[in-house]
Design a protein around this ligand. Sequence first.
Ligand SMILES: Cc1cc2nc3c(=O)[nH]c(=O)nc-3n(C[C@H](O)[C@H](O)[C@H](O)COP(=O)(O)OP(=O)(O)OC[C@H]3O[C@@H](n4cnc5c(N)ncnc54)[C@H](O)[C@@H]3O)c2cc1C
Ligand code: SF4
Length: 314
Amino acid sequence: MLMPPFELHRPGTVEEACKIAAELLEAGHEFDWIAGGTDLIPNYKWHINSKPHVISLSGIEGVSQISMNEIGCMARLHDISESDQVHPLISEAASKVASSLIRRNATLGGNLCLDTRCFWINQTEEWRSSIDWCHKCDCGTGADCRVIPNQNELCVATYQGDIAPNLMVLDARVHLIGPNGERDMPITDFYQLDGMTRNVLQPGEFMLKVTLPDDVSDWTGAYRKLRLRDTWDFPEAGAAAAWRKGDRSTLRVATTALESIPRRHDTEVAESNGDVKAICDAVYNSTKPVNNTSLPPRYRRNMIKVLIKRACEE
Ligand SMILES: Cc1cc2nc3c(=O)[nH]c(=O)nc-3n(C[C@H](O)[C@H](O)[C@H](O)COP(=O)(O)OP(=O)(O)OC[C@H]3O[C@@H](n4cnc5c(N)ncnc54)[C@H](O)[C@@H]3O)c2cc1C
Ligand code: SF4
C-alpha cells in the first residue's frame, strides 16, 4: 500500500488557499483538500481516485474555532466532543466517531465532506483490479457499478458520517469559500444524491465553517448509532432527533448511513403528527439502503425504526 506521489501545498491563510486552488485549476491540475487525513490518506494508499496535488487546510489560521453558534472546519472531533462550549448533541455525535486516536486528528470539515463508502471500492488496488474495477474508480475502463449493475452513470456508495444528521436537526448552515467568493446554505442542501459527486462543492471550493441558529441552546435531542464494533466502526445506520425543550411538536428527525446522503425527514414527521411509531414506519418506508456496507441492508433498514424510537425516547 504505497502512497502515490503528490505535491503538498500548505497555505497559511484562507486567501492563500483560494489562490493556490485557482492557480491549480487554471493550469488544469486536479487536487484534493486534506484536513486531518484520516479518510483521505487511507483512500490514497489504496489508490482510490488520488490526485497529483493536495492542499492542506491544517496550517490555516483561525479555522478551528468552537462555540455554540460557530464551529470552524479544522476543529478536531476530540476537542468538539470534550468542549462544554458546543451543543451537547454535536459533542455526543463527535464522541461516537471512530476511535479516540482518530478523533485527535479528524476534523469537522473532513467529517462533513467525507467520501462515500462501498465494499466494492474501499479495498486495495489489487483487489479492485481482480474484479475489473467499478464505476467510481474505473481506471479508464468504463466499468459498471457493482451494486446497481448494467449502468455506469450513478454510484450509490453510502455516506457514513455521524455528525451531519445532528447538524441537520439543529438547522445548521454550512459556509463555503473558493476562488469565486463565499456562499452559505442550510446543511440539508449541501449533499447530492450521487456517491461520486457527494456534495455541491464547486472546483476550488472548500468548507470554511458551520454556523448554528441563535436559539440553538433551547433545543435538545439525541443521536443513536448502529455499528459493528463500538470502539471505532463507521455507522451502519444512524438517527438524530431534536426538539425545542418542552415542545415535542417541534420534533425533527434525520438519518445517516442509509444512502449516498444524510437526510432530514420533515415530510415523514409532518405526516405522522408527532407520533413516534408513525415516524419510524414512514422513514422505514422512504429509505432503501443498498447492499454495500458491512451489515445487510434489510437489517439496517429495520434498525432505523429502533434507532429513531430510541433517539426520540431520550
Ligand atoms: C477506522 C476508521 C473508522 C472511522 N469511523 C468513523 C465513524 O464512526 N464515523 C464517521 O463519521 N467517520 C468515521 N471515519 C472517517 C473519518 O475518520 C472521519 O469522518 C473524519 O472526521 C474525517 O475528517 P478528516 O479531517 O480526517 O478528513 P480528511 O481525511 O482530511 O478528508 C476527508 C474528505 O473531506 C475532504 N475535506 C476535508 N476537509 C474539507 C473541507 N474543509 N472542505 C472541503 N473538503 C474537505 C477531503 O478532500 C476528503 O475528501 C473513520 C475512519 C477510519 C479510518
Ligand atoms: S456503488 Fe457502485 S460505483 Fe459506487 S463504489 Fe459501489 S460498486 Fe462502485
